[in-house]
Design a protein around this ligand. Structure first.
Ligand SMILES: [Zn+2]
Length: 244
């Protein structure tokens, strides 16, 4: 059985070789290292180079890391677009105290790059689910991951109709909004993730915790771990074009 952690902030981990080694031993076949701005994007590229065919880089511009002038961050992404498997973490967050127009204009730029480069996009959409969905729909983009989706079910149905993916985090163990979403997502659109090093209740996550996500999702769906592992790993390999 092998699983893929589709969303990890590896720049936040001190003893990275140790944590990646433990994950690999436990059956994690790959980790998507997402970036949030130029510093963490550089780190994702470095880690992908030093852990070939295991760590795969995504280049992002997180709404929490948005500067008033984000042009340098966009330039870095464009210069390195050939090295990444996806754009992420990007998105909009209307719970976060940052000018909404600025957030939307940054995401527009990223979606433009996605369209040109044909890269999939890993999106953060907290309290902005409908707006993010509309932006994606308007451009006719499908290769989008709505990461840790916890929004309304009517928007989720639109997301699924469009052909997008949703990723489950360890919060699938206890967060009711996330759980109701994951119940709705068919297996062929589902990915697993940790959002490492996010803290879930009293536990600081690591890539190995994608196994907790796996077990929570299997329980929600009432099917064996193996079935969820096989489907989500296949989805991630296809969506990100991974060579394992
Ligand atoms: Zn994240």
């Amino acid at each position: 059985m092998r699983v893929i952690d589709g969303h990890a902030h590896l720049e936040g981990i001190q003893d990275i070789d140790n944590d990646l080694g433990k994950a690999r031993e436990a059956g994690v076949a790959a980790v998507i290292a997402v970036g949030s701005e130029t510093g963490s994007n550089k780190r994702a590229l470095e880690l992908a180079a030093s852990h070939k065919n295991f760590v795969f880089p995504a280049l992002g511009l997180h709404p929490w890391n948005l500067k008033d002038d984000f042009s340098r961050d966009i330039e870095f992404i464009e210069e390195n677009i050939g090295k990444c498997v996806a754009l992420g973490e990007v998105g909009i967050d209307f719970k976060y105290d940052k000018d909404r127009n600025l957030q939307v204009s940054a995401l527009e730029k990223i979606l433009e790059i996605a369209q040109r480069s044909e890269k999939p996009v890993i999106m953060h959409t907290r309290w902005a689910w409908k707006e993010a969905f509309e932006m994606v729909k308007q451009r006719g983009l499908k290769r989008i991951v709505f990461h840790w989706y916890s929004g309304p079910l009517d928007v989720l149905r639109g997301v699924l109709d469009l052909g997008c993916h949703v990723s489950a985090s360890p919060a699938a163990e206890y967060s009711e909004y996330h759980r109701q979403a994951i119940r709705e997502v068919p297996l062929d659109r589902l990915l697993l993730e940790t959002d490492t090093p996010v803290r879930y209740r009293d536990h600081v996550s690591r890539p190995i915790d994608v196994l907790k996500t796996l077990s929570a999702v299997s329980k929600l769906k009432g099917i064996p771990d193996e079935e969820v592992a096989e489907a989500t790993t296949k989805n991630a390999i296809e969506l990100f074009g991974l060579q394992l």
